[in-house]
Design a protein. Structure first.
Length: 126
């Protein structure tokens, strides 16, 4: 993967607040809400729990899409849409960003595939 982020379209940078949230992922006590403490910045749930890890990983891959590993991107998108949608139905607020990142990346996948189909119909080579 090319780690040069200088040529990314500006609208793709809208995902960065979700990446920051996934890395920070503050403690959430059901019925009380978020507990914002400084220790959450040092001892984040990122890397320990699948939801914040997926938010960060899928967010970074979304910045570089379509120049990413498609299998990994599609699998993380499936996880984010599936689990994120269930978390919305359950009302678990910390995973709302997971669903939003999943829907955003699913939109990118669909738009990329539609563009490829259009190019193939007109005979333009990739």
């Amino acid at each position: 993967m090319d780690w040069d982020f200088s040529n990314i379209p500006r609208w793709r940078w809208l995902i960065t607040p979700f990446i920051a949230f996934g890395f920070w992922y503050p403690t959430y006590i059901y019925g009380q809400g978020f507990v914002f403490t400084a220790k959450d910045l040092l001892f984040s749930f990122f890397g320990l729990m699948p939801c914040p890890t997926t938010i960060v990983t899928l967010g970074i891959l979304t910045l570089k899409y379509p120049a990413v590993h498609k299998g990994l991107y599609n699998a993380l998108t499936l996880f984010a849409v599936w689990i994120g949608s269930f978390q919305i139905l359950l009302g678990y607020v910390p995973d709302y960003p997971l669903a939003m990142v999943g829907y955003y990346s699913l939109g990118l996948i669909i738009s990329d595939r539609c563009a490829r189909v259009r190019r193939n119909r007109t005979g333009v080579q990739e």
